[in-house]
Structures are given as C-alpha cells and as structure tokens.
Design a protein around this ligand. Structure first.
Ligand SMILES: *[C@@H]1O[C@H](CO)[C@@H](O)[C@H](O)[C@H]1NC(C)=O
Length: 359
C-alpha cells in the first residue's frame, strides 16, 4: 500500500488531536489453506440445537460439568450473529437482562460482542448472568480506550479474574478480544500485542476460552501486515467499516470494498474462522465519524442498505474459508455510538431489521 505511511501518519495525527476520547467514538481516518484453528472445546461439537448458543437451544437446568462439547462448532456459525453492545454506560443488571433478551429473542441473535469498558466492580458477572439467562454467547473485550494509558492491564486482570472465578463465565464467554483496534491506534508494537495474545491464551487455556484481536484490515496493513498477531489469534475478528473507505459512496455499492478487506484476511489468515465483529454503516456523521470520501453518504437508508447488502451476499459470505463469515451489527443503539444504532436514542427501531441467520 503506497499511501500507507502518509495515511498512517495522517491518521495518527488526527487521532492525537482527537485524544483523549474515552467514550466509544473512534475516528477512522484511513484509506481504505490450513484447517481453521479451533479451541479444543469445540473439536467434538454437538449439532444445533444441542450446542450453545444455537437458535432453539434447549437449556438444561444445571451447569454441565465442563465446556467441552458445549459450544457450536464455529465452522457452522455464519450470517447474522448478533450485536456490538457498548458497555461504557455501565448498564444496570435490569437493563442488561432486558436488552439481552431483546437481542436474543427479538432479533434471533446468538452472540453479543462487547465494546467499550465498564470498570464497575462485578460488572462482568452481570454480563455473564444476563447472557446465561438469555442464551447468548459473549465476545468479551479487553478495552484499551483512546487515552494511551495502561488501564487496559487492570481491565485484563479483572476480566481474567472473573472468567476464572465465576463458574458460569466459561459457558457464555466465546472469546476474549483485545480491542478496539490496537494496531490501528498503535497502542502496542505488534510483537508485544502478539505476546499479550499468547499470554492470554495460556491464562485462559484451562477454561477453553480462545483469544482474538478486534481490528481493521488497515490496522494490520499499516503495521507491515502484523503476521505475528494474525498467527497468534484463534479467530480473526474484523472491523468492516466501508463507509470510511476512500472510494465509499452509497452502501449498495460497498460490496467491492468489503471484498477487498476480506480478501486480504483470506490471503493472510491461514484459514482461521472470521467474524465481522465491528460492522456497519452510520446514519449520521459526527466528530469521530467522518468519511474519507467526498461521496460517502451517511443516512438511515444507507445504514439499512448495508445490512441488506450483507444479506444479499449471504451465500458468498457463507462460502468463505473457516466456515463462513459470522457478522455482528454495529451497534445496538444510537446511545452507544451516534448514528450506528439499530435503535435510535428514543429506543425506536430506525428501520426494519431481521437479517438472515442462515442461507
Ligand atoms: C490469569 O490472570 C489473572 C489476572 O492477571 C491472574 O490473577 C491469574 O493468576 C492468571 N491465571 C493463570 C492460570 O495464569
């Protein structure tokens, strides 16, 4: 990528000028086989609906003795999986229960992907309880934030502590992500990030919880590909945000942009399972959401149109190596990131949303 150095410097200077920005609006100033790695917890996975968190899963009253044969095989999980859900508001238990129920039963989600951070004592236990009660798997997150501090280390230790201490945690925590966009934000040299992933995998190995990094294609590309990180992670959790591409226009024309980033991961990802975990199109621009193309259109029809595009390409995404792309809608509510919500700030759906969960 010829422009990467220039754009990287531009992105960093813009990031620097925007920092500190602890709330979850992240500027995105950028241009735009071997068998899948699987955790040993899933090698003998049961088929749906006997695996968690398949649609129609029949819960048992007691916790199983361990989480081997518990999860659905990632190679069978594709299409719409659920929502990104920002937790910076430190939602109450009651709100988590209500919204996780909505996420599961209104939208047929299987997972919720956490975004942002809540540093309240016991918050992850509330997440575990709400996820368990509503049959959702969780993509947990070690959040770096955008302030350049070391608080992510405390968050990592707190999360790992909760994963070991809460007996239900390993039955709902599908993966731990390092994020958001640690390569793009340059919070750690990529070799150190790869080492953190390896250490986390060791820490969580007795719980059979895999580890990933939540990141843009451009984040890897501007760090020389960061193949060490790609090699270390168990699954590839991709930020697919084509609105920020330099050639973005309307979302109905975004498929080549999606393919472009996806093909990069297919080429360098060694067949690992891939998710679009931060994935969407904004309905409005804001301070942290500014396009890099003069033709990029942010409005509700284009936000809706992006998800329709993914539905139209359901079979293409299903055919991708690793068992197909499973995708999350970024994000549950406009309260969590302006313009990206499926719900607006009054709790009203901005457009009909019932994406395909299979094809
Ligand atoms: C995992 O990490 C936590 C938090 O840093 C630590 O307290 C715990 O001892 C670690 N456990 C293992 C098995 O490494």
């Amino acid at each position: 990528m010829v422009l990467s150095t220039l754009l990287g410097a531009l992105a960093l200077s813009l990031l620097a000028s925007a920092a500190p920005l602890e709330k979850g609006v992240q500027p995105h100033n950028f241009r735009a086989s071997t068998p899948a790695a699987r955790s040993d917890a899933t090698t003998d996975a049961n088929p749906a609906p006997f695996c968690f968190p398949s649609l129609g899963f029949i819960p048992s009253s007691a916790l199983p003795s361990d989480n081997t044969n518990w999860w659905c095989d990632p190679a069978t999980e594709y299409a719409f999986l659920g929502f990104s859900y920002e937790v910076t508001a430190c939602q109450s238990k009651a709100q988590l229960q209500k919204e996780f129920s909505d996420i599961r039963y209104h939208f047929d989600s299987r997972y919720v992907r956490l975004y942002g951070a809540c540093d309240r004592d016991g918050f992850y236990d509330d997440i575990v309880e709400a996820a368990w009660d509503n049959q959702l798997g969780v993509h947990a997150l070690v959040w770096f934030g955008f302030d350049g501090s070391d608080i992510w280390k405390t968050r990592r230790d707190t999360l790992f502590g909760a994963l070991h201490a809460n007996p239900k945690a390993k039955f709902v925590t599908r993966v731990v992500q390092f994020g958001s966009e640690p390569l793009f934000d340059d919070v750690l040299p990529h070799a150190q990030l790869a080492q953190q992933v390896t250490l986390a995998k060791q820490n969580l190995s007795s719980l059979h919880i895999p580890v990933t990094v939540s990141e843009l294609a451009y984040g890897y590309q501007e760090r020389g590909g960061a193949q060490d990180v790609l090699n270390a992670i168990d699954s590839i959790n991709i930020h697919m945000l084509p609105f920020f591409a330099q050639t973005a226009s309307t979302s109905d024309k975004a498929w080549p942009l999606v393919e472009n980033d996806l093909n990069w991961f297919i080429k360098h990802g060694n067949g690992k399972k891939m998710y679009f975990d931060e994935n969407g199109w904004p309905s409005v621009t804001s301070e942290g959401v500014q396009p890099n193309s003069p033709d990029a259109v942010a409005d509700i029809p284009n936000e809706q149109g992006y998800y329709e595009l993914l539905d139209q390409h359901c079979t293409d995404l299903k055919a991708v190596v690793g068992g197909g792309i499973g995708w999350f809608a970024h994000i549950y509510s406009d309260d969590q990131e302006p313009g990206y919500g499926i719900y607006n700030s009054d709790g009203v759906l901005k457009f009909p949303f019932s994406p395909r969960t299979s094809c």
